[in-house]
Design a protein around this ligand. Structure first.
Ligand code: GLA
Length: 337
């Protein structure tokens, strides 16, 4: 993915939208995201003993020493992600450059993953997309303190033009699934910031791991009756979301592959219901937006996408059925220009 050391570098990394399969990656389940044609670009030159980046969306630059000890303490806030990458990669030489992005920041399209992946490439990461995703997942975890899964960074690193990625988050096998020509993917912001997301994310991850302590790996559970042995009703519902979501991802990926958009859309709507009722990561604002989009002629399905608690909804629709939000194209993953 990277050649010999160079002094002038431009690295590009896309954001991602997840078609279906949320809150499954932390238990090695299935997800179906795609890298989108909204990207973060890092341009600059190697040299010096710190990484200094200015951003078109941030007032203050990020200035990170190569021996940064505590990425989570870096300021301003966005410098934490740069510091996380520096701490995980430990580049031998500094870098000075600029960050530009066409992604909405903090909207649930993984602008932080795109930043981490682009910074890692710009700082000389040399390896395959899976290793890039693993490194930048760790960077996100140390920067944010959130025990996130690998989906966002892997979608950004390994995106395939024209395809969604069916990812088995246990084996990390990626199966590209073509997105049919007659499918339009729209991402609509709910207008609600994702404020609760970090603390609730960790709490949800802990509860599915607690359920696994009772029934074993949820990715291996195919019959929800097997969850009856979980006495705690809340844990049982959390686990039920994961088990049923894995099944819906399989169904949606097969439907997409077959060009059966109505079936894929129905799986998306069922996913939203499960995220709302069993996993409880939706909000009234997201629910109303999904209901309105699904009631629009030509829309096959819609659901909250990503961690929830605000942010964006993704819709699968016939071309032209929706005009709001961003129309996104499944795109290639991160690369150097
Ligand atoms: C966030 C995390 C991902 C994934 C989603 C929910 O985006 O970073 O790893 O868990 O939430 O599916």
């Amino acid at each position: 993915m990277n050649g010999a050391p160079v002094s002038a570098v431009t690295a590009v990394a896309p954001g991602r939208v997840n078609l279906i399969g949320d809150h499954t990656d932390t238990t090695g389940g299935l997800v179906l995201p795609l890298a989108v044609d909204l990207v973060t670009t890092v341009t600059g030159r190697t040299g010096g003993t710190e990484v200094v980046l200015t951003s078109d969306t941030e007032a203050e630059p990020a200035r990170v020493p190569l021996d940064v000890a505590d990425p989570a303490a870096a300021t301003p806030g966005w410098a934490r992600y740069v510091a996380g990458v520096v701490a995980e990669l430990r580049p031998p030489v500094g870098f000075t450059g600029t960050v530009t992005t066409t992604l909405p920041v903090g909207a649930g399209l993984s602008s932080s993953a795109a930043l981490e992946v682009a910074v890692a490439l710009a700082l000389g990461f040399d390896g395959d997309p899976l290793d890039l995703a693993r490194l930048t997942q760790r960077a996100e975890q140390v920067a944010s303190g959130v025990p996130c899964g690998i989906m966002d960074q892997l979608a950004s690193a390994a995106g395939v033009d024209g395809h969604a990625l069916l990812i088995d988050c246990h084996s990390l096998v990626i199966t590209p699934v073509p997105v049919p020509d007659g499918a339009e993917i729209r991402v609509v912001h709910s207008g609600q910031a994702r404020e609760l997301a970090s603390s609730a994310y960790a709490e949800r991850a802990a509860s599915v791991h607690a359920a696994e302590a009772v029934v074993g790996p949820l990715r291996l559970v195919h019959d929800i009756d097997a969850l009856d042995v979980i006495e705690d009703e809340l844990l049982r519902r959390r686990a039920r979301h994961v088990v049923t979501e894995n099944a819906r991802v399989r169904r949606a990926a097969a439907a997409l592959q077959a060009g059966d958009l109505p079936t894929a859309g129905r799986a998306m709507v069922a996913s939203h219901t499960s995220l709302r009722d069993d996993f409880e990561v939706s909000t009234d604002v997201l629910d109303r937006l999904v209901e309105r989009l699904v009631a629009t002629p030509g829309v096959h399905g819609a659901r909250l996408t990503g961690a929830g608690f605000g942010g964006c909804v993704v819709a699968l629709a016939e071309p032209g059925a929706l005009t709001e939000g961003w129309q996104v194209q499944p795109s290639r993953g991160a690369h150097l220009l």
